[in-house]
Design a binder for this molecule. Structure first.
Ligand code: 13P
Length: 249
């Protein structure tokens, strides 16, 4: 059976000290979660936070990695560097990276390959913008995103991919996809994975929902058969809220 998961994405929030404080509180409070728990932190937090949560059920993710292996790329952080901090996951393809930092299918394909080659598991984000949803194009958008960056992977590599469906119009807006909307597209995505990698692999693929998922709506979303957990932005910065979402899974 596939892994159920609640993952946080801190985005560009928290100083190192604030992040350590948040991670310490989560470590203290989250002792026996019924699902996998991952926190995505800025690069500078990774080593300290990974060391802090070592031996606890909490795993750590980077929010990005470079699309190059190593060398003269000032300011970039490679997948090997991420792995060397003790982080086990890397979030890639987030809509904010696609929109603000022009990460296209090819760039993301390179990032995914480098992350996997360095032993990281990838949380790969897909999702449509509001205009695409209004034109009912969400299915073709997520299909193109998968085909463009991850559907070339081998079945063996695919086992290290977690998907996160995040409708861009729901991120940070307080507008959540309804459970029906989310379930419908999650089932469609799982169907695409089945076509590509077979039914068993599709059944084993964890597909998270993200976009204004919070302690109030999480249980209803997680009750849907194809929603395996959440990728949480704002609410992951508040321990009580993040812990309530974990408890809802
Ligand atoms: P919010 O939960 O703040 O809407 O953000 C979702 C998200 O982008 C997680 O990656």
């Amino acid at each position: 059976m596939r892994t159920k998961m609640v993952a946080g994405n801190w985005k560009m929030n928290k100083t190192l000290q604030e992040g350590v404080e948040l991670a310490a509180q989560l470590k203290n409070d989250v002792k026996n979660p019924k699902c996998a728990v991952v926190i995505g932190t800025p690069f500078i937090h990774l080593a300290t936070v990974a060391e802090l949560v070592k031996g606890s059920p909490i795993k750590v993710a980077a929010e990005n990695c470079a699309d190059k292996d190593k060398g003269a790329y000032t300011g970039e952080v490679s997948a090997a560097m991420v792995a060397s901090t003790g982080a086990e996951y890397c979030i890639l393809g987030h809509s904010e990276r696609r929109a603000y930092y022009h990460e296209d299918y090819e760039i993301l394909k390179n990032k995914v390959e480098l992350a996997l080659a360095n032993g990281l598991k990838v949380i790969f984000c897909i999702g449509e913008v509001k205009e695409e949803r209004l034109e009912n194009k969400q299915n073709e958008v997520v299909k193109a995103q998968l085909e463009g960056s991850v559907f070339h992977l081998t079945a063996e590599q695919w086992a290290n991919i977690t998907l996160a469906y995040e409708p861009v119009w729901a991120i940070g807006t307080g507008l959540t996809a309804t459970p029906e909307q989310a379930q419908e597209i999650h089932a469609f995505i799982r169907g695409l994975v089945a076509e590509k990698y077979g039914k068993q692999a599709a059944d084993d693929t964890t597909i998270l929902y993200g976009g204004s998922c919070n302690e109030k709506n999480a249980a209803e979303l997680f009750a849907c058969p194809d929603i395996d957990g959440g990728l949480i932005g704002g609410a992951s910065l508040v321990p009580e809220k993040f812990e309530a979402i974990i408890a809802a899974r």
